[in-house]
Design a protein around this ligand. Structure first.
Ligand code: NAI
Length: 512
């Protein structure tokens, strides 16, 4: 069995012409593929065609596509009034309501209409492809073809093989995704596939940090943007998506994995959802939106008084050198003895540990100790956001002195309460760990996991490359310290991460 995806006469059918169906229709038509549009709602397919044609028209007006391409693509879009009229399609993509029974019924109806070699593809994001296929006479030609919204801009598609899907069907869909100009990656039929599975770390760990009272949501967002390099903070993202969408996804994936602690949602988000604080769409989420813009959140003012002298822990000598350089440049005396004097502000640089554990372990006075996160790059001179963390006993004077010192060169500083793994270390370690476990479960090839995440979630790096950039051993150390501190299996390292860290090789390393 096979479908000639490169054929100039290739014809696909789209069932369900809402947000997703029309996006898929647009990129298919732009790729020169004949597209038959069907929707159960009278007039919906015609209206979808009009929308796509208008979008293409705007692109042509802006010079983004040539006028001939507009005419060619428009000519490829045909509205059909009955499901029977999809008989000539070689691939049918279903993008109807997210309901297993309805999807199964549509596929059963289609099986009586389509040709023997026609592929039935579902755009489902949360149902099992195997379950959708289970109602079909020939489940081997049913596969997942999971696009992201908005389809023309989100240039990634996951091709999912159900347990009974034949390899030829997936190969054809991978080729079709590429012909449509997208990066197509193969994934096994598992809850969340790649992208929605990999996205579990960012938001759930941020909610945990907030729930633990470590700091405010806007400070977490600032740290994740400015120190860790994410385009958007986790709370900004939840406000954009809307908790009515993100909370059910968090719960669904958690339950589909039988309460896997790594994906555990937060009671904080459930309460906000119940209270209607959905995000931008209701004008109030984690932020309030006056006239569509988020309210400005407070910045802790920089105190004036720098410390007279500091002492820096030598746990990470390369970081200690930079910290001493920063202090010297700020005119602060740097102590170089093995132990600090009784007056010195003590600076510790934990990896995964909290400030308390770190300074007690090193025999330092917790009243005079402040921790700084150096994992995301600490440089002398004005640099990206620095995160400082206090013990429960750090005095206000010592905290403020540390703040004044590390802000003296113009660098922005976030002050947080004690937290095993600060903010960025915690969140990124969870992202890397989940990415590693996706690889461990053989859901997808390691390089495809990174490709799918960078395109689907716009993270600065894929989870495996992120782990490599920070150092797999360091990420392992963070997770082990967090697991040790919290006693929560949520932080248990994936075997994929553990073995590659022990071997000192890239997290992208596959077995022979
Ligand atoms: P939508 O509500 O915008 O469009 C669904 C369309 O399907 C409507 O026009 C409706 O009239 C039609 N429809 C419903 N039942 C039908 C049936 N039995 N036969 C023919 N047409 C029928 O929905 P949207 O957002 O486009 O989602 C469609 C599918 O894509 C769902 O399975 C969804 O989970 C999935 N998906 C959605 C994403 C999103 O961000 N919106 C992202 C990825 C996947």
């Amino acid at each position: 069995m096979s479908v000639d995806i490169q054929s100039p006469s290739l014809c696909i059918g789209i069932v369900g012409t809402g947000a997703m169906g029309r996006g898929i229709a647009q990129i298919a038509a732009q790729a020169g593929i004949r597209v038959l549009l069907f929707d159960a709602l009278h007039g919906a397919a015609a209206s979808a065609r009009e929308t796509v044609v208008a979008t293409l028209g705007k692109l042509a007006d802006k010079g983004k596509i040539p006028a001939e391409a507009l005419a060619a693509a428009t000519g490829k879009l045909e509205v059909v009034a009955k499901l029977d009229e999809l008989a000539s399609a070689q691939v049918i993509v279903e993008a109807i309501v997210e309901n297993l029974d309805v999807k199964q019924k549509v596929f059963q109806q289609l099986e009586d209409i389509i040709g023997a070699e026609c592929i039935l593809a579902t755009n489902t994001s949360s149902l099992s492809v195997t379950s959708v296929a289970a109602a079909c006479k020939r489940p081997e030609r049913v596969a997942g073809f999971h696009f992201f919204n908005p389809v023309p801009l989100m240039k990634i598609v996951e091709v999912i093989d159900g347990l009974l899907t034949a390899p030829w069907a997936c190969e054809a869909l991978l080729a079709l995704g590429r012909r449509m100009g997208h990066t197509a990656v193969a994934a096994r039929d598992t809850p969340g596939f790649i992208v929605n599975h990999a996205g579990r770390g960012f938001v759930t760990e941020a909610l945990r940090i907030l729930g633990e009272g470590v700091t405010d949501c806007w400070e977490i967002d600032r740290i994740m943007r400015e120190a860790a390099g994410f385009r958007m903070g986790p709370f900004e993202l939840m406000d954009l998506t809307g908790l009515d969408v993100s909370q059910p996804v968090m719960e669904s994936i958690y339950h589909q994995y039988y309460e896997e602690p790594r994906y555990r949602p937060s009671a904080l988000a459930a309460q906000r959802l119940a209270g209607g604080l959905l995000g931008r769409k209701t004008g109030r989420g984690f932020y309030a939106y006056a006239s569509g813009k988020p309210e400005a959140m407070p910045q802790t003012p920089v105190p004036a008084a720098k410390p007279a002298r500091i002492w820096v822990s030598q746990t990470h000598p390369e970081w200690a050198d930079v910290l001493r350089e920063i202090a010297t440049a700020a005119g602060v005396i740097v102590e170089t003895d093995y132990l600090p004097s009784d007056e010195a502000l003590c600076i510790v640089t934990p990896l995964g540990a909290d400030a308390t554990t770190c300074c007690v372990g090193q025999g330092l006075d917790p009243r005079r100790s402040v921790a700084i996160d150096c994992l995301f790059g600490i440089t002398a001179g004005s640099s990206p956001r620095r995160t400082l963390m206090t013990t429960p006993l750090t005095t206000a004077a010592m905290r403020d002195a540390a703040h004044a010192l590390f802000a003296a060169d113009g660098s922005p500083v976030s002050l947080i309460h004690d937290s095993a793994g600060f903010v960025a270390q915690r969140i990124v370690a969870c992202i890397v760990n989940i990415g590693c476990d996706i690889a461990q479960q053989r859901v997808a090839e390691p390089a495809d996991i990174d490709r799918a995440v960078t395109l689907g979630l716009a993270y600065p790096k894929g989870p495996l490359a992120f782990g490599d950039a920070l150092g797999a051993r360091g990420v392992l150390a963070i997770l082990e310290a967090m697991q040790d501190f919290y006693g929560d299996p949520r932080y248990r390292p994936s075997p994929w991460l553990k073995r590659r860290a022990l071997l000192g090789v890239s997290l992208l390393t596959e077995e022979a």
